[in-house]
Design a protein around this ligand. Structure first.
Ligand SMILES: [Zn+2]
Length: 539
C-alpha cells in the first residue's frame, strides 16, 4: 500500500493532479523512484522515474476543487422535493435514530472528556515521536482508557522508524558586509529522517533557489559542494482564505523531495524554507525522503525569516554557512496501533473506524497534530458508553502509530486485515487539527453525499452541515478508501492550523475547547450514523 499524505490528503490530490497534467521533465534528477511529497509526512513512491519531482515543480498553486454533492434527484411532488432539499431524500435513519444522533451531538458539546484526554496526551505524556518512550506510554495510556470504558482493546504490532533528533545549529560565517570576527545565527530544525553532518559540522557556500524551475536553470555544477536552500514560500493569503491545506501542499514538496533533488546536483546539504505559516522565527519539521540512487545528505528547515535573510545576503555575494545536525536513525522499533472495539449489537463483524494518529513530531507536544484527532475519537467510545448506545455495527476506535514517519501503523493494519476489508463499512479520521468544523468530507460513491443528508441536518445546529466530496479523507484510512470503503473526515477551519503544525507551538493551549467539542460531535454523530443505519453506507 502506498502511503498517503498527512494532514491533508487534499493537498496530495492537488499535487497528483499537477503531476498528471504537467509532466515536466527536468532530466537532472535521476531517481529510480519518483518521490512525491504530499504533506506532513508522506512521500508517495511510485515507479514514475524522474518525472515526479519535476512535475511537481510546475503546477504550484493549482487549487483543490471540492465538488459539492450531486444535486437532489428530480421529483415531481413538492413535498418530496422539499424533503430532498432539506433532508437529502429518503432517510437511512428512523426518527428515533436521528434523536440518538442529537443526543450524541449535545453530549459531545458539553462533555469534558475529549479535552481532558487531549490535555493528558499533550501535557503529561508530551511529544510522541515514533519509537520514543512517550509514544509507547501513549499506547499504554490510551489502551487503558479504552479498556476502562468496556471496549475490547487490542494492540496491533507495527514496526516503526526510530529517528532521534540531535543537536541542530547553524550560523552564517561569511557574507557581504560582515563585521569582522562575527557570525550570524540561523534558526533551523532537522527534517525527520535526516542524516547527520559531521559532528563538528560542515561549512559551505549557500545557493538559494525559489523553486525547482530555478534549480533546473542553474548552470551545471552550480550547486556542487554547496548547501542548497529551497526558498519556496507558504502562501499565507491562500491560507487566510481557508486554503491552508492547498498552501501547504504547494510548499511541502520541497521538504520531501528537496534532499533527493539537492543530492542529484551535488549539494552537500539541503535546507528548505519552513513549510507552514508560522511567524516568530519558528522552524517547521516534518518527514523528508531519500532515494537509493543518490547520496543521503543532511536536511533541515530554516525559518521563513532566516530564508529571507539568506536570500537577501546571497543576492549580494557569496555566503558561507556552518551547519551542524546530529540526528540518529536507530533500528526500527516495535510499536502498536491501539484498537478498541465497541461491539456491534447486530453485526459485530462489521466495523466503522473512528480514528486519529497517536504519534507526533517532537518540537511541540502534538496537541493539534494529532492529539486532537485521537481525543475526539476516544470521545466517541466514551459517549457511546456514557449514553448506553450500542449501534448495530462495531465502532472501532483506532489510534494509528507512526503516521508522521511513513504511516507504518496504517500499512500494518491493511496487511493484518486484508481479508476483512468487505466488513469495513466506513472509516473516519480526524487529522487536520481541532478548529471549528463546517461539515464532513466524504470519499467514495457520490451517492454518499445525499445519503448523509439527515446527518447534515443534525450537524446544522453546530454549523457543520456542509457535505463535501473529496478524493481522499485521511492518511491512515487511505488504504481503506482505495479499497472502496466509504471514508470520512471532519471539514475543519484550517486558516490557522499551519501556523502551529509541526512546530514547537503545537501545544495544548492552541485548542479551543468549544471547537474541540464540535469536532467530537461530528465524529460521534457520524460514527453512530454509519454504524447504525439499516442499510450500509453506499459503496
Ligand atoms: Zn497529522
Amino acid at each position: 500500500m502506498r502511503p498517503r499524505c498527512e494532514p491533508c490528503t487534499r493537498a496530495f490530490w492537488a499535487l497528483r493532479q499537477r503531476n498528471r497534467s504537467t509532466g515536466i521533465d527536468v532530466g537532472v534528477w535521476k531517481v529510480s523512484h519518483g518521490a512525491v511529497v504530499t504533506s506532513g509526512m508522506e512521500i508517495v513512491r511510485k515507479n514514475i522515474g524522474i518525472v515526479a519531482i519535476a512535475a511537481l515543480a510546475a503546477g504550484i498553486g493549482v487549487p483543490f476543487s471540492t465538488a459539492q454533492d450531486a444535486p437532489p434527484s428530480p421529483s415531481t411532488n413538492i413535498l418530496d422535493r422539499l424533503n430532498d432539499m432539506t433532508a437529502g431524500g429518503k432517510s437511512a435513519w428512523t426518527p428515533e435514530q436521528l434523536t440518538v444522533m442529537e443526543r450524541l451531538r449535545d453530549a459531545a458539546l458539553k462533555d469534558p472528556y475529549a479535552l481532558n484526554e487531549l490535555r493528558h496526551l499533550s501535557d503529561n505524556i508530551g511529544p510522541r515521536l515514533s519509537g520514543s518512550p512517550q509514544a509507547g506510554q501513549a499506547v499504554a495510556y490510551v489502551a487503558a482508557e479504552m479498556r476502562a470504558l468496556g471496549a475490547e482493546v487490542t494492540l496491533e504490532k507495527a514496526k516503526v522508524p526510530h529517528w532521534v533528533r540531535g543537536t541542530e545549529t547553524a550560523e552564517v560565517v561569511a557574507w557581504p558586509g560582515q563585521t569582522p570576527g562575527t557570525t550570524q545565527k540561523v534558526v533551523l530544525t532537522a527534517l525527520g529522517g535526516s542524516v547527520a553532518t559531521p559532528a563538528e559540522g560542515l561549512t559551505a557556500e549557500v545557493v538559494v533557489v525559489d523553486d525547482w524551475k530555478q534549480l533546473s536553470a542553474l548552470p551545471p555544477d552550480a550547486v556542487k559542494g554547496k548547501i542548497l536552500l529551497f526558498n519556496r514560500k507558504f502562501d499565507k493569503e491562500l491560507a487566510a482564505q481557508g486554503g491552508g491545506s492547498e498552501a501547504y501542499g504547494g510548499a511541502v514538496a520541497y521538504r520531501g523531495a528537496g534532499p533527493i533533488a539537492g543530492a542529484a546536483v551535488g549539494a552537500v546539504a539541503v535546507l528548505v524554507r519552513s513549510v507552514g505559516g508560522a511567524d516568530y522565527r519558528l522552524p517547521h519539521t516534518g518527514l523528508t525522503e531519500y532515494d537509493e540512487g543518490v547520496p543521503k545528505i543532511p536536511a533541515a528547515a530554516v525559518t521563513a525569516e532566516d530564508a529571507d535573510m539568506l536570500k537577501n545576503l546571497t543576492s549580494q555575494g557569496p555566503v558561507k554557512l556552518r551547519l551542524t545536525l546530529t540526528p540518529q536513525t536507530l533500528p526500527d522499533a516495535e510499536s502498536f496501533n491501539v484498537i478498541a472495539d465497541w461491539k456491534g449489537s447486530e453485526h459485530p463483524e462489521q466495523v466503522v473506524i473512528v480514528s486519529g494518529h497517536l504519534d507526533s513530531w517532537d518540537l511541540g507536544t502534538g496537541a493539534i497534530d494529532d492529539g486532537a484527532g485521537v481525543a475526539v475519537s476516544m470521545q466517541v467510545i466514551h459517549l457511546l458508553h456514557e449514553l448506553g448506545i450500542h449501534p448495530k455495527r462495531t465502532v472501532r476506535f483506532v489510534a494509528w502509530m507512526s503516521e508522521e514517519e511513513g504511516s507504518e501503523g496504517a500499512a500494518a493494519y491493511m496487511a493484518d486485515h486484508k481479508d476483512e476489508v468487505a466488513n469495513h463499512i466506513g472509516a473516519i479520521e480526524s487529522d487536520l487539527g481541532a478548529d471549528h468544523p463546517t461539515g464532513i468530507y466524504y470519499s467514495g460513491k457520490p451517492a454518499l453525499g445525499k445519503w448523509l443528508g439527515p446527518v447534515a441536518q443534525v450537524l446544522d445546529a453546530i454549523g457543520a452541515e456542509t457535505m463535501v466530496n473529496a478524493p481522499e479523507t485521511g492518511e491512515d484510512i487511505g488504504g481503506l478508501t482505495e479499497e472502496g470503503v466509504p471514508s470520512f473526515a471532519p471539514v475543519q477551519d484550517n486558516r490557522f492550523y499551519f501556523n502551529y503544525h509541526h512546530t514547537a507551538a503545537d501545544t495544548f493551549d492552541k485548542v479551543d475547547p468549544k471547537h474541540l467539542n464540535e469536532n467530537a460531535a461530528v465524529m460521534a454523530v457520524l460514527a453512530y450514523a454509519v454504524a447504525d443505519s439499516a442499510e450500509a453506507a453506499p459503496r
